[in-house]
Design a binder for this molecule. Structure first.
Ligand SMILES: [Zn+2]
Length: 218
């Protein structure tokens, strides 16, 4: 049975970049993967990543949009078929990003999924009367949403940071991000989580008499 969910995406008061992730291990942390298309990867994924699935229904897709770097005010008509389409695109993006991160081959079938999604018209942005960035009034479709995500992937995978897609350096993390920093030395999903955990670990390993190489104290 199809359920259609229409709702306005409203953003929380904070404008902090990144998604608030709540891993099963407890706690929460902000993770900015550096690109819209990689933000979709936090909602679950293929294979063993199915354990992290959160895109179960249209409301969940709207929650992701609200948390993502798409700005607020988007009116989206989502149904179960749209959610299924989002998962298909997400799985293709997972495999492509992982291949980039680990130096593997990209499956042309995954590229075809991205290209097909990108071929549809994207979300329509506009400049509001107050000068702010807005979405065109009226309900947008999931097809438009996925086109916008897929076009972001086209930009990422063909752009200057395509070789900077990486997996978090923590052995038990697995989050993927693109390093858009100028020096290009980003190693962690977030300093708040894996960065600090590994700093503590490295510090312990160096004891006694060790010295932190990165400066700063948490
Ligand atoms: Zn991490």
């Amino acid at each position: 049975m199809e359920t259609t969910y229409t709702g306005y995406v409203t953003k929380s008061a904070t404008d902090t970049p990144g998604l608030l992730l709540e891993p099963p291990s407890g706690g929460s942390f902000r993770f900015d993967p550096g690109a819209l298309c990689l933000e979709l990867l936090t909602t679950g994924g293929p294979g063993r990543l199915a354990a992290y699935e959160v895109l179960h229904d249209p409301a969940a897709l709207l929650r992701w949009v609200a948390d993502s770097r798409l700005s607020a005010g988007l009116q989206l008509d989502a149904d179960d078929a749209g959610v299924a389409g989002a998962r298909v695109l997400r799985h293709a993006l997972w495999r492509m990003a992982a291949a980039r991160a680990h130096g593997g081959d990209t499956d042309p079938a995954d590229v075809a999924v991205v290209n097909e999604a990108a071929a549809a018209p994207p979300l329509a942005a506009r400049i509001g009367a107050d000068g702010s960035r807005q979405w065109a009034p009226g309900g947008a479709t999931v097809t438009q949403l996925l086109s916008t995500v897929a076009r972001d992937a086209v930009d990422l995978f063909t752009g200057p940071h395509a070789h900077r897609i990486r997996e978090c350096g923590s052995h038990d993390c697995g989050l993927l991000f693109v390093d858009t920093s100028r020096p290009g030395r980003r190693r962690w999903c977030s300093m708040e989580r894996c960065g600090n955990r590994n700093k503590v670990r490295a510090h312990r390993a160096r004891l006694p008499g060790g010295e932190g190489g990165e400066g700063g104290e948490g």
